[in-house]
Design a binder for this molecule. Sequence first.
Ligand code: ATR
Length: 302
Amino acid sequence: MMKLVYTLDDLESRTTLDAGAGKPARLAVLGWPVAHSASPQMHQPVLDAAGIDARYIRLEVEPGLIAKAFTRMRELGFIGCNVTVPHKTDALANCTWVHPDALVLGAVNTVNFEGESIRGYNTDGPGFASAIEDDFGLPLGAHSIAIAGAGGGAGQAIAVQCVLAGVKRLVLVNRTEEKLGPLVDRLMALGLGTEIIPVTFGSVALAELCRSCDLIVNTSSVGLKAGDPSILTEICLRPEHMVYDTIYQPPVTPLLASAGVLGCRCSNGLSMLLHQGALAFQHWFPQSQPLAVMRAALTQCG
Ligand code: ATR
């Protein structure tokens, strides 16, 4: 029987893995937990539309067992995989080759199995850049940006991507001040000339700094849970702002709701999910154009 979630035990043999399935499992998303992942709903329709004889599965992998999963998948002839929380750093450590940008971002979310080699990429950062350009019509590097929740995993990766894209001014907002120093050092070490300004939510300078930017991005988890407040108070926002929330469930977070009332242009994390997925697919199938089919599939399951 086809399962919602597979485990490492299911990778024991091809026969076990593919029991009851029409197509062989050749791609997967690895996470812990992973049952909530929308990746199969995005990737399978593209595989089907292209007539590729492959199934995309969810694979639950305990922390620390990424190396074992990679070895087994390679033996079974997997094309590649996506890697999600909490495995992105471990995945990087277990690749035989890592793309330079993924090294700088410190995380791998896409893997290609090619013979003996395990090649690691990061499409979260470039996926964010594509989402911003698609949603707001300007390349990421053209903006001055404030990131709320910059100290978290997603925030740090997006901050690095902003610097790589040549953003002029980057305001890094975080609750815990101690996380800002090391992040600033990491970003400065890239030596790319972005003006980097760290600030905490309690600072009197916060509103003015946010207002000095044109794009506000929430990378914190505030807004995920019912009853959460907006990560930034209205005084930080102005109608000319573009506001992006990396959260897509709920589709309208309290931040996006208050920004919408002010008249800001708003978008949520669904576009980032879409673009990181399309870029991952193109690492596995370099000539493919998966975006339109993926977009339609995501709209349907959303
Ligand atoms: P990660 O594992 O990626 O670090 P996380 O713990 O969910 O994820 O935190 C992500 C971001 O949300 C962090 O920037 C976190 O701020 P701290 O660095 O101060 O922990 C931010 N965050 C979570 N809850 C918050 C809250 N109630 N107010 C402000 N920021 C919050």
